[in-house]
Ligand binder design. Structure first.
Ligand SMILES: [Ca+2]
Ligand SMILES: [Ca+2]
Length: 312
Protein backbone atom coordinates (compact mmCIF):
# COMPACT_ATOMS: atom_id res chain seq x y z
CA UNK A 1 0.00 0.00 0.00
CA UNK A 2 1.41 3.42 -0.91
CA UNK A 3 1.25 6.31 1.61
CA UNK A 4 -1.61 8.80 1.64
CA UNK A 5 -1.37 12.42 2.66
CA UNK A 6 -2.24 16.06 2.20
CA UNK A 7 -0.56 19.45 2.37
CA UNK A 8 -1.70 22.89 3.55
CA UNK A 9 -0.05 26.13 2.49
CA UNK A 10 0.14 28.75 5.27
CA UNK A 11 -2.23 26.87 7.53
CA UNK A 12 -4.87 26.60 4.82
CA UNK A 13 -5.22 30.37 4.33
CA UNK A 14 -6.93 31.60 1.15
CA UNK A 15 -4.45 34.47 0.66
CA UNK A 16 -0.87 35.36 1.50
CA UNK A 17 1.07 38.59 0.97
CA UNK A 18 4.42 36.84 1.28
CA UNK A 19 5.87 34.35 -1.22
CA UNK A 20 7.73 32.77 1.72
CA UNK A 21 5.24 30.35 3.26
CA UNK A 22 5.21 27.35 5.53
CA UNK A 23 3.75 24.16 4.14
CA UNK A 24 2.25 21.74 6.65
CA UNK A 25 2.46 18.10 5.60
CA UNK A 26 0.44 15.23 6.92
CA UNK A 27 1.12 11.82 5.37
CA UNK A 28 0.68 8.31 6.74
CA UNK A 29 1.64 4.85 5.63
CA UNK A 30 0.51 1.55 7.02
CA UNK A 31 3.34 -0.89 7.44
CA UNK A 32 6.53 0.72 6.30
CA UNK A 33 5.97 4.36 7.35
CA UNK A 34 6.46 7.46 5.22
CA UNK A 35 10.14 7.92 4.50
CA UNK A 36 10.40 10.66 1.90
CA UNK A 37 8.49 13.34 0.06
CA UNK A 38 8.75 15.49 -3.04
CA UNK A 39 7.34 19.01 -3.32
CA UNK A 40 7.10 21.31 -6.30
CA UNK A 41 5.41 24.45 -7.56
CA UNK A 42 3.00 24.29 -10.47
CA UNK A 43 4.97 24.77 -13.66
CA UNK A 44 8.27 23.84 -12.04
CA UNK A 45 10.17 20.60 -11.65
CA UNK A 46 10.04 18.62 -8.46
CA UNK A 47 12.68 19.44 -5.87
CA UNK A 48 13.46 15.70 -5.80
CA UNK A 49 12.95 13.25 -2.95
CA UNK A 50 13.85 14.50 0.50
CA UNK A 51 13.34 13.19 4.02
CA UNK A 52 9.74 13.35 5.19
CA UNK A 53 8.97 16.20 7.57
CA UNK A 54 5.70 17.71 8.81
CA UNK A 55 6.56 21.27 7.87
CA UNK A 56 8.83 22.97 5.34
CA UNK A 57 9.40 26.59 4.51
CA UNK A 58 8.69 27.18 0.87
CA UNK A 59 9.00 29.89 -1.75
CA UNK A 60 6.08 30.42 -4.08
CA UNK A 61 6.85 31.62 -7.61
CA UNK A 62 6.92 35.43 -7.89
CA UNK A 63 3.92 37.36 -9.22
CA UNK A 64 0.44 37.86 -7.80
CA UNK A 65 -2.14 35.19 -8.48
CA UNK A 66 -3.20 31.68 -7.48
CA UNK A 67 -0.28 29.36 -6.64
CA UNK A 68 -0.60 25.60 -6.51
CA UNK A 69 1.96 23.44 -4.73
CA UNK A 70 2.10 19.68 -5.33
CA UNK A 71 3.49 16.90 -3.16
CA UNK A 72 4.03 13.17 -3.32
CA UNK A 73 5.11 10.73 -0.59
CA UNK A 74 7.06 7.50 -0.62
CA UNK A 75 7.32 4.71 1.93
CA UNK A 76 10.40 2.73 2.85
CA UNK A 77 9.45 -0.01 0.37
CA UNK A 78 9.42 2.49 -2.50
CA UNK A 79 5.62 2.74 -2.91
CA UNK A 80 4.67 6.24 -4.13
CA UNK A 81 1.47 8.06 -3.18
CA UNK A 82 -0.87 9.90 -5.48
CA UNK A 83 0.03 13.53 -6.09
CA UNK A 84 -1.76 15.96 -3.72
CA UNK A 85 -1.92 19.73 -3.87
CA UNK A 86 -3.06 22.93 -2.19
CA UNK A 87 -3.64 26.36 -3.70
CA UNK A 88 -3.24 29.83 -2.22
CA UNK A 89 -3.55 33.29 -3.77
CA UNK A 90 -0.38 35.36 -3.55
CA UNK A 91 -1.31 39.06 -3.29
CA UNK A 92 1.52 41.52 -2.68
CA UNK A 93 -0.37 44.55 -4.05
CA UNK A 94 -1.75 47.14 -1.62
CA UNK A 95 -5.40 48.12 -1.89
CA UNK A 96 -6.23 51.72 -2.85
CA UNK A 97 -8.53 53.56 -0.44
CA UNK A 98 -10.86 56.36 -1.52
CA UNK A 99 -11.26 59.50 0.57
CA UNK A 100 -14.19 59.21 3.00
CA UNK A 101 -17.33 61.23 2.24
CA UNK A 102 -19.33 63.04 4.89
CA UNK A 103 -23.09 63.60 4.63
CA UNK A 104 -26.26 64.24 6.61
CA UNK A 105 -28.89 62.04 4.95
CA UNK A 106 -32.55 63.07 4.83
CA UNK A 107 -34.51 61.01 7.35
CA UNK A 108 -31.86 61.43 10.08
CA UNK A 109 -32.80 62.83 13.47
CA UNK A 110 -30.62 65.44 15.15
CA UNK A 111 -29.69 64.91 18.77
CA UNK A 112 -30.49 67.66 21.23
CA UNK A 113 -27.01 69.08 20.59
CA UNK A 114 -25.21 66.65 18.27
CA UNK A 115 -25.55 66.06 14.55
CA UNK A 116 -25.58 62.50 13.15
CA UNK A 117 -23.05 62.74 10.35
CA UNK A 118 -22.67 59.75 8.06
CA UNK A 119 -19.10 58.92 7.09
CA UNK A 120 -18.74 56.53 4.14
CA UNK A 121 -15.64 55.06 2.49
CA UNK A 122 -14.48 52.44 0.02
CA UNK A 123 -11.36 50.91 -1.47
CA UNK A 124 -10.42 48.72 -4.40
CA UNK A 125 -8.26 45.60 -4.57
CA UNK A 126 -7.99 42.72 -7.01
CA UNK A 127 -8.78 40.22 -4.25
CA UNK A 128 -11.24 42.24 -2.19
CA UNK A 129 -11.02 44.13 1.09
CA UNK A 130 -10.80 42.40 4.44
CA UNK A 131 -11.28 45.38 6.76
CA UNK A 132 -11.15 49.13 7.15
CA UNK A 133 -9.66 51.39 9.79
CA UNK A 134 -11.41 54.79 9.98
CA UNK A 135 -10.07 57.65 12.06
CA UNK A 136 -11.18 61.16 12.92
CA UNK A 137 -9.36 64.31 13.99
CA UNK A 138 -10.94 67.49 15.36
CA UNK A 139 -9.80 71.09 14.96
CA UNK A 140 -10.11 73.15 18.12
CA UNK A 141 -9.41 76.52 16.46
CA UNK A 142 -5.63 76.31 16.71
CA UNK A 143 -4.56 72.68 16.33
CA UNK A 144 -5.77 69.30 15.10
CA UNK A 145 -6.27 66.56 17.68
CA UNK A 146 -4.49 63.22 17.32
CA UNK A 147 -6.29 60.75 15.06
CA UNK A 148 -8.75 58.62 16.98
CA UNK A 149 -10.25 55.41 15.67
CA UNK A 150 -14.00 55.64 15.07
CA UNK A 151 -14.49 52.37 13.18
CA UNK A 152 -12.68 49.12 12.47
CA UNK A 153 -14.31 46.33 10.44
CA UNK A 154 -15.74 45.34 7.10
CA UNK A 155 -18.60 47.88 6.74
CA UNK A 156 -18.33 50.91 4.45
CA UNK A 157 -20.10 53.57 6.52
CA UNK A 158 -20.81 54.63 10.06
CA UNK A 159 -22.80 57.40 11.73
CA UNK A 160 -20.92 59.68 14.07
CA UNK A 161 -22.77 62.05 16.40
CA UNK A 162 -20.78 65.29 16.23
CA UNK A 163 -21.06 68.65 17.90
CA UNK A 164 -20.88 71.53 15.42
CA UNK A 165 -17.18 71.96 14.63
CA UNK A 166 -14.43 71.14 12.18
CA UNK A 167 -13.36 67.60 11.45
CA UNK A 168 -11.40 65.44 9.08
CA UNK A 169 -11.59 61.71 8.51
CA UNK A 170 -9.21 59.18 6.99
CA UNK A 171 -9.47 55.53 6.02
CA UNK A 172 -6.96 52.73 5.58
CA UNK A 173 -8.02 49.49 3.90
CA UNK A 174 -6.46 46.07 4.48
CA UNK A 175 -6.93 43.48 1.76
CA UNK A 176 -7.63 39.79 2.35
CA UNK A 177 -3.92 39.03 2.17
CA UNK A 178 -3.08 41.60 4.86
CA UNK A 179 -1.65 44.36 2.65
CA UNK A 180 -2.46 47.84 4.01
CA UNK A 181 -3.36 50.77 1.77
CA UNK A 182 -2.10 54.28 2.27
CA UNK A 183 -4.51 56.46 4.26
CA UNK A 184 -6.99 58.46 2.18
CA UNK A 185 -8.25 61.63 3.86
CA UNK A 186 -11.57 63.44 3.52
CA UNK A 187 -11.59 67.15 2.88
CA UNK A 188 -11.71 69.20 6.06
CA UNK A 189 -15.39 69.31 6.95
CA UNK A 190 -17.09 71.95 9.06
CA UNK A 191 -20.44 70.92 10.52
CA UNK A 192 -22.48 74.06 11.23
CA UNK A 193 -25.97 74.41 12.65
CA UNK A 194 -27.96 77.53 11.74
CA UNK A 195 -30.74 78.21 14.23
CA UNK A 196 -34.15 79.49 13.11
CA UNK A 197 -33.37 82.98 14.46
CA UNK A 198 -30.05 83.37 12.61
CA UNK A 199 -29.51 86.56 10.62
CA UNK A 200 -28.43 84.32 7.71
CA UNK A 201 -32.13 83.53 7.15
CA UNK A 202 -34.37 86.16 5.57
CA UNK A 203 -38.03 85.72 6.42
CA UNK A 204 -41.10 87.16 4.70
CA UNK A 205 -43.41 89.00 7.11
CA UNK A 206 -45.48 87.19 9.70
CA UNK A 207 -43.17 84.36 10.85
CA UNK A 208 -43.38 83.86 14.61
CA UNK A 209 -40.74 82.37 16.91
CA UNK A 210 -41.97 80.05 19.62
CA UNK A 211 -40.60 77.57 22.14
CA UNK A 212 -41.32 74.02 21.06
CA UNK A 213 -40.69 70.83 23.03
CA UNK A 214 -37.84 68.85 21.55
CA UNK A 215 -36.76 71.58 19.14
CA UNK A 216 -33.04 71.97 18.37
CA UNK A 217 -32.09 74.81 20.71
CA UNK A 218 -35.65 74.82 22.11
CA UNK A 219 -37.25 77.14 19.50
CA UNK A 220 -38.78 77.08 16.02
CA UNK A 221 -40.17 79.73 13.70
CA UNK A 222 -43.50 79.03 12.01
CA UNK A 223 -45.99 80.40 9.53
CA UNK A 224 -49.46 79.30 8.47
CA UNK A 225 -50.05 81.26 5.27
CA UNK A 226 -49.42 79.99 1.76
CA UNK A 227 -46.61 81.88 0.08
CA UNK A 228 -44.64 82.76 3.22
CA UNK A 229 -40.93 82.17 2.64
CA UNK A 230 -37.68 81.75 4.55
CA UNK A 231 -34.42 81.93 2.62
CA UNK A 232 -31.01 80.85 3.92
CA UNK A 233 -27.87 82.14 2.21
CA UNK A 234 -24.85 79.98 2.89
CA UNK A 235 -21.57 78.70 1.63
CA UNK A 236 -21.12 74.95 1.76
CA UNK A 237 -21.40 71.64 -0.03
CA UNK A 238 -24.48 70.34 1.74
CA UNK A 239 -27.54 71.89 3.33
CA UNK A 240 -30.25 70.18 5.38
CA UNK A 241 -33.57 71.46 6.67
CA UNK A 242 -34.51 70.39 10.19
CA UNK A 243 -38.13 70.59 11.33
CA UNK A 244 -40.52 68.82 13.65
CA UNK A 245 -43.08 66.48 12.09
CA UNK A 246 -46.60 66.41 13.51
CA UNK A 247 -50.24 65.87 12.59
CA UNK A 248 -50.78 69.64 12.64
CA UNK A 249 -47.98 70.43 10.16
CA UNK A 250 -48.31 70.72 6.39
CA UNK A 251 -46.32 70.93 3.19
CA UNK A 252 -43.58 73.26 2.05
CA UNK A 253 -41.82 73.74 -1.25
CA UNK A 254 -38.03 73.77 -1.20
CA UNK A 255 -36.24 75.95 -3.74
CA UNK A 256 -32.49 75.66 -4.19
CA UNK A 257 -30.73 78.57 -5.89
CA UNK A 258 -34.16 79.79 -6.97
CA UNK A 259 -35.22 76.53 -8.59
CA UNK A 260 -37.95 74.31 -7.20
CA UNK A 261 -36.21 71.20 -5.82
CA UNK A 262 -38.73 69.28 -3.70
CA UNK A 263 -41.95 69.35 -1.73
CA UNK A 264 -41.64 68.22 1.85
CA UNK A 265 -44.57 67.15 3.98
CA UNK A 266 -44.12 67.74 7.70
CA UNK A 267 -47.09 65.54 8.58
CA UNK A 268 -46.64 62.62 10.98
CA UNK A 269 -49.39 60.94 12.99
CA UNK A 270 -47.21 61.02 16.10
CA UNK A 271 -44.98 64.03 16.72
CA UNK A 272 -41.26 63.75 15.97
CA UNK A 273 -38.64 66.36 16.80
CA UNK A 274 -35.49 67.48 14.93
CA UNK A 275 -36.08 65.56 11.70
CA UNK A 276 -33.86 66.14 8.69
CA UNK A 277 -36.65 66.50 6.12
CA UNK A 278 -34.53 67.63 3.17
CA UNK A 279 -30.85 67.50 2.18
CA UNK A 280 -29.12 68.80 -0.92
CA UNK A 281 -25.42 68.11 -1.50
CA UNK A 282 -22.88 69.32 -4.07
CA UNK A 283 -19.50 67.88 -5.00
CA UNK A 284 -17.67 70.98 -3.77
CA UNK A 285 -18.33 73.98 -1.57
CA UNK A 286 -20.07 76.99 -3.09
CA UNK A 287 -22.47 79.83 -2.35
CA UNK A 288 -26.13 78.87 -2.50
CA UNK A 289 -29.59 79.78 -1.30
CA UNK A 290 -32.29 77.48 -0.05
CA UNK A 291 -35.86 78.71 0.34
CA UNK A 292 -38.68 77.13 2.30
CA UNK A 293 -42.09 78.25 0.96
CA UNK A 294 -45.26 77.49 2.91
CA UNK A 295 -47.86 75.83 0.66
CA UNK A 296 -50.95 76.36 2.85
CA UNK A 297 -51.96 72.71 3.14
CA UNK A 298 -55.70 72.41 3.83
CA UNK A 299 -56.46 71.68 7.50
CA UNK A 300 -52.77 71.79 8.51
CA UNK A 301 -51.19 74.84 6.90
CA UNK A 302 -48.48 75.40 9.53
CA UNK A 303 -44.83 74.93 8.62
CA UNK A 304 -42.07 75.06 11.27
CA UNK A 305 -38.39 75.79 10.74
CA UNK A 306 -36.18 74.50 13.54
CA UNK A 307 -32.69 74.76 12.04
CA UNK A 308 -30.54 74.22 8.99
CA UNK A 309 -27.36 72.16 9.03
CA UNK A 310 -24.55 73.05 6.65
CA UNK A 311 -21.51 70.94 5.80
CA UNK A 312 -18.64 72.88 4.25
CA1 LIG B 1 -4.16 43.18 -2.88
CA1 LIG C 1 -34.20 75.68 16.64
Amino acid sequence: MPPTGSIQIAGGADYTNNAQVTIQINATDRGWGVSSMAIWNAGERSSGWQSYSESVSWTLPAGDGPKTVYASFRDAAGNTSEIVSDTIVLDTTRPVAKAPTVSLPAGSTLGTSKIPVRVAWSATDANGIGSYLVQMSTYDGSAWSAWSTIYRGGATSTTKHLAPGTYRFRVQATDRAGNESAFASSPITTVAAVQENSSAISYSSGWKRTARTGAYGGYVKYHTQAGATATLRFRGRSVSLVTPKAASLGKAEIRVDGVRAAIVDLYASSTQARKVVYTKAWSSSGSHTVTVKVLGTSGRPRVDIDAFVILR
